[in-house]
Design a protein around this ligand. Structure first.
Ligand code: HEC
Length: 119
């Protein structure tokens, strides 16, 4: 009986870990161009967002970034930069290849919270 309880407790724990990393609906659009797993995905036009939080801008090895984004490569992705980039990529990095933006701040914050879990 005790081992059954232990197994259930471990399963509940694993379940909560999986659930916390669940992508919010607002991330669906990002997933069209970005993988959430490590490495360069051949079927995606953008770089993988796995580990992007805290990573230097335009630094995923093997991904061909635009000159606009490479100009910012001294900085690392934090909440402020991700929020600015998502609200209007071309304003922050003129010439960037990322064509979409997210108008609602609540969605941007939700996405940033999710990006932090991709590590
Ligand atoms: C239509 C395709 C497309 C969509 C949709 C898209 N992106 Fe991008 N994204 C790109 C491309 C292409 C780049 C590379 C930009 C460059 O080199 O200028 C990029 C770059 C990025 C980067 C910089 C990564 C790095 O390694 O420095 C972040 C962060 C990012 N996108 C986040 C997002 C988020 C979050 C969403 C959803 C709100 C999103 N993108 C939606 C195409 C897209």
């Amino acid at each position: 009986m005790r081992s059954l309880i232990l197994i259930l407790a471990v399963m509940a724990l694993l379940g909560s870990v999986v659930w916390s990393a669940e992508a919010p609906a607002s991330f669906t659009v990002c997933g069209e161009c970005h993988a959430a797993v490590p490495g360069v995905a051949k079927d995606k036009t953008g770089p993988s967002l796995h580990g992007v939080y805290g990573r230097k801008v335009a630094s995923l090895p093997g991904y061909e970034y635009s000159g606009g984004l490479k100009k910012l490569s001294e900085s690392s992705w934090n909440e402020m930069l991700l929020d600015r980039f998502m609200s209007m990529p071309s304003a922050m990095a003129p010439g960037t290849k990322m064509p979409v933006h997210i108008t609602e701040q609540t969605k941007r914050l939700e996405i940033i919270r999710y990006l932090k879990t991709l590590k």
